[in-house]
Design a protein around this ligand. Structure first.
Ligand code: PLP
Length: 455
């Protein structure tokens, strides 16, 4: 650090725009400036240490400061930082990673990988390749996309057009034509007042079926969804939901794209979310946990059906898509080392085990009158904040209650995130039962402060 903490705070306020927040709110309440990190803890520029209950942004799955990743990145840096994978050049870490991913997702019949720089890129790539797939099949009229209300698929125009939350759409409209959203399997709030998760799953799958028929199946390219909706509030579907989605897509020939940016590489207890629900998608968008955020990286995986269309003899199928940093050598070297850790430490199993404990303990939050619902799967969880249990009216970010909650958590030594009216937890997958205890102690202290602020 060459600037002192005071100078950093001033320069941050003067020069830096922060994603996903009004600049005026940043000026009013300056951000935490994180200076160092180790394991599941981070330290700010003033030297205060926090438990990172959100793995930064659902992504630092193996924890901060892992020597194995540092070694892999520096060893790669000594040989080659970067060489493009456009057209007919390549580099060893990217090749090795593509082979690993295809082997890792052989049960889902994945066959080819196109790299990019992050989750939004991976989704954009899936959307463009879906359209090209249909052109190659001689069905160029299949151009539309259906996704879920409250779904989050990143910030590019394609992904933003899929997003099912007006927050991420309104300021950037008009978005892509031919994109529409159907209801998500959101048990706590759904238009039917359905309280049975299996019946809700069936209703939602039926709505997708009717939406495809209404649009005309011959115009629909793909259905895109997250196995468990993350940013939308950790919406965990019934086990019958994904198999039902697959059946509807198959009935109409529509591609099924699983956005695994959050669920990929172990977060819900399986190497991918689709596997957790026993379904093989046609394409998967991956990022975040692929290398735990040490270097930006995204990957779009294509199954045999989709990849095969590009390999038909005599059919021109140039991929006129890709990024300067597709297959970045440092990012891929980091991913290879990261995936070694994911497998050696069986982090999906740890996420399932410690996640079950976390989700059980989080039920304790229902003792606070402003917590309406608590839900989660593996190491992703949410507590929904409400003005009252009866009204279920959301208690939003920016209200004194939520401000006191977030400030209380920080004061007691944890970084937590509130998105809309949901407190989100998505800790590193190396979380232990002791970290769950630490989280709960801090959350109880923070909730007590938040309740006191409105009583
Ligand atoms: C499910 C999902 N898809 C896509 C994205 C976009 O990823 P990125 O922010 O790396 O572009 C995110 C980011 O949180 C996500 O949660």
């Amino acid at each position: 650090m060459t600037m002192n903490p005071q100078a950093l705070k001033l320069a941050n306020a003067q020069h830096m725009l922060h994603p996903m927040i009004d600049p005026k709110a940043v000026a009013a309440s300056p951000p935490l400036i994180i200076d160092s990190a180790e394991g599941v803890h981070v330290v700010d520029v003033d030297g205060k240490r926090y438990l990172d209950t959100v793995a930064s942004l659902w992504n630092v799955n193996v924890g901060h400061g892992r020597p194995e990743l540092k070694a892999a990145i520096t060893a790669q840096l000594d040989k080659l930082a970067y060489y493009s994978t456009f057209q007919n050049t390549s580099n060893p870490p990217a090749i090795e990673l593509s082979q690993r991913l295809v082997h890792m997702f052989a049960p889902e019949k994945m066959k080819k990988v196109l790299f990019s720089s992050g989750g939004s890129d991976a989704v954009e790539t899936a959307m463009k390749l879906a359209r090209q797939y249909w052109q190659l099949q001689g069905k160029a009229q299949r151009t539309k996309f259906i996704s879920l209300k409250l779904g989050y698929h990143g910030v590019h125009f394609g992904g933003a057009s899929l997003n099912g939350n007006p927050l991420f759409r309104t300021a950037y409209e008009p978005l892509m034509p031919g994109c529409m959203q159907v209801e998500s399997p959101y048990l706590y709030r759904n238009p039917w007042g359905e309280t049975d998760p299996a019946r809700l799953a069936a209703r939602c799958a039926d709505e997708l079926d009717r939406a495809i028929q209404y649009q005309g199946a011959e115009t629909v390219a793909a259905f895109v969804a997250e196995p468990v909706q993350g940013a939308g509030g950790v919406i965990v579907p019934h086990e019958s939901y994904w198999p039902a989605l697959r059946a509807v897509c198959d009935k109409h020939g529509v591609l099924l794209i699983s956005d695994e940016v959050v669920t990929g590489f172990g977060r819900i207890g399986s190497l991918c979310g689709a596997r957790a629900f026993g379904v093989a998608p046609d394409m998967m968008a991956m990022a975040k946990g692929i290398n735990s955020g040490y270097v930006p990286l995204g990957a779009t995986l294509l199954n045999e059906r989709v990849a095969g269309a590009f390999e038909q003899p005599g059919v021109p199928a140039a991929l006129m898509h890709g990024y300067t940093y597709s297959g970045h050598a440092l990012a891929c070297a980091a991913a290879n080392a990261n995936l070694d850790i994911v497998l050696a430490e069986d982090l999906p199993a740890n996420a399932a085990r410690v996640g079950a404990l976390l989700n059980a303990r989080l039920q304790e939050l229902l003792r606070y009158p402003h917590v309406g619902d608590v839900r989660g799967l593996g190491l992703m969880a949410a507590a929904e904040l409400v003005q009252s249990r009866q009204s279920k009216a959301p208690l939003m970010m920016g209200t004194p209650y939520v401000q006191a909650l977030v400030a209380g958590a920080r004061e007691h030594g944890a970084i937590v995130r509130v998105q809309g009216n949901r407190l989100i937890l998505s800790p590193p997958l190396v979380f232990t039962p002791a970290h769950v205890d630490e989280t709960m102690t801090i959350l109880h202290a923070a909730f007590a402060q938040a309740e006191a602020s409105v009583s």
